[in-house]
Ligand binder design. Structure first.
Ligand SMILES: [Fe+2]
Length: 469
């Protein structure tokens, strides 16, 4: 915990309250462990029907048992029904508001947010429409009394709440009105593509306007009033941030997520998840499925690797075609088998611009998925199954397949406003830096424009097309 070794009393209390408040979920987790154990010892390739009686009571009616083709037993949840049970507990959802003047925050996967005098914790669920009203006030003024009423701010919260607002107008947002395709890099894997008629935001992770930073960067002040399509590549904590997405909810027309309905613990259905936190406009896209609108097409493409060899379907690369211009978003995929991408290239052709993350070392499986594994992995197994993206060779195999004119490698968590999520501090000797430098140099030597992005970047492209709204 990133609390400097103090505040142990508060942590002990938090632990106690959590064990009490989350009693149902803790029992639920125990039941899954029991079910795994029972299947392992009793499901030996014979009919499963009799074993339903031995499913822990708490899971009865919520799961279906099955075998894979090699007689390994497993189970899937009826996930949409699960959201209707006590195990989806909206009262666990809260929002913390505070004024900030820098990028520093403790690492979010391990440090609980304790009470601080300058932080207001609101007990409101993520689907609360008050969040949209509050977010709109970044551009459209509204009275404090109005928003305090909507959010149910109490009299003793009011003093701190009032300090979060200003009478000063924010910088005026100028909608892009040119006849080109404008690409803006917002840091990490977050890219905004705009034309006069449409806007597409990939993997939203947006820093805030209003405080000094050593690094020039776009912020929430640089987002359009309407975002036509948000693209989510995969379900890792640096690609799906409620902190960014909830305040954008009122301006997002459609949110595209990779499709799954596996019902597996390790592969939650993102469409269901977003629906349950108040997004009503979610499109789940399959591999090679196209979404066409005005003069653009978004295609979901296979994403392999970076998921520790778990059977996780909720991951998608995207091809965005505007007019004749093609941008390929490859997120953190690791090209374990180039033949797959050769087959994709045959369908979609060469591309103009390619974006790729190259965190090629990656954390071991247990770093992210450890709590979901009911049987212990050996250290060797754990270390061999990493959350690793492409290295130079694997990245170059993609370049050679798709023949892009420009290649951009993401900053991979180096921007200071990312540190609380990534915990990464690279040096010049870190493998992802060495490998991405090598890829950039190799591309440049082949006459391809290439760069590792950092902080911000803006580019304009010709689309050879007629735009319409
Ligand atoms: Fe990832």
């Amino acid at each position: 915990m990133d609390l400097g070794g103090v505040r142990t009393g508060e942590i002990a209390l938090l632990l106690q309250t959590t064990l009490k408040r989350q009693h149902n979920l803790i029992e639920f987790a125990k039941a899954m462990r029991e079910l795994d154990k029972m299947l392992l010892s009793e499901a030996k390739g014979f009919g499963l029907e009799l074993l339903y009686a031995k499913v822990p009571d708490l899971l009865k009616g919520l799961i279906e048992l099955y075998y894979d083709r090699n007689n390994n037993a497993g189970y899937r949840f009826f996930e949409s029904l699960l959201y209707k049970t006590v195990y989806y507990n909206k009262t666990s959802q809260t929002i913390a508001l505070w004024l900030t003047n820098n990028d520093h925050r403790p690492f979010c996967l391990s440090t609980p947010r304790l009470n601080e005098p300058d932080v207001l914790h609101l007990d409101i669920a993520f689907d609360n429409a008050g969040i949209d009203e509050l977010a709109k006030m970044k551009r459209t003024p509204q009275s404090i009394d109005y928003i305090a009423g909507v959010l149910g701010i109490t009299a003793d919260q009011m003093h701190l709440f009032t300090t979060f607002f200003t009478n000063d107008a924010p910088p005026h947002y100028m909608k892009y009105d040119g006849d080109k395709i404008r690409m803006r890099y917002f840091g990490h894997a977050c890219i905004l593509i705009e034309t006069r008629g449409i806007s597409i935001l990939a993997d939203p992770l947006i820093s805030y306007y209003g405080y000094d930073s050593e690094i020039e960067h776009f912020s929430d002040a640089d987002l359009p009033d309407i975002i036509d399509y948000v693209l989510i590549t995969h379900n890792h904590q640096d690609h799906i941030l409620f902190e960014t997405l909830l305040p954008l909810r009122h301006k997002i027309r459609n949110i595209i997520v990779p499709k799954t309905n596996s019902g597996k613990l390790e592969d939650p259905d993102l469409k269901l998840m977003f629906n349950n936190i108040g997004f009503n406009n979610v499109i789940a896209v399959d591999e090679m499925e196209e979404i066409a609108f005005s003069d653009a097409v978004i295609t979901g493409l296979p994403f392999i690797g970076e998921h520790s060899d778990l059977n996780i379907l909720t991951k998608s690369c995207y091809l965005v075609r505007i007019g004749q211009f093609k941008l390929l978003f490859l997120a953190d995929s690791r090209i374990v088998e180039p033949k797959l991408y050769e087959a994709i290239q045959k369908q979609v052709g060469d591309v103009d611009v390619m974006f790729l993350g190259m965190e090629c070392d990656g954390a071991p499986l247990s770093w992210l998925y450890g709590p979901l594994m009911t049987r212990k992995l050996t250290r060797d197994q754990d270390f061999s199954r990493r959350l690793a993206g492409s290295d130079c060779d694997k990245g170059m195999s993609l370049v050679n397949i798709f023949n892009p004119k420009e290649v951009y490698v993401y900053a991979m968590g180096q921007e200071p406003w990312l540190e609380f999520i990534s915990s990464i501090k690279y040096t010049d000797e870190s493998n992802p830096i060495v490998q991405s430098n090598k890829l950039v140099e190799t591309c440049i030597s082949k006459g391809i424009i290439a760069e590792r992005l950092f902080g911000e970047k803006e580019l304009l492209y010709e689309s050879n097309m007629v735009l319409s709204d």
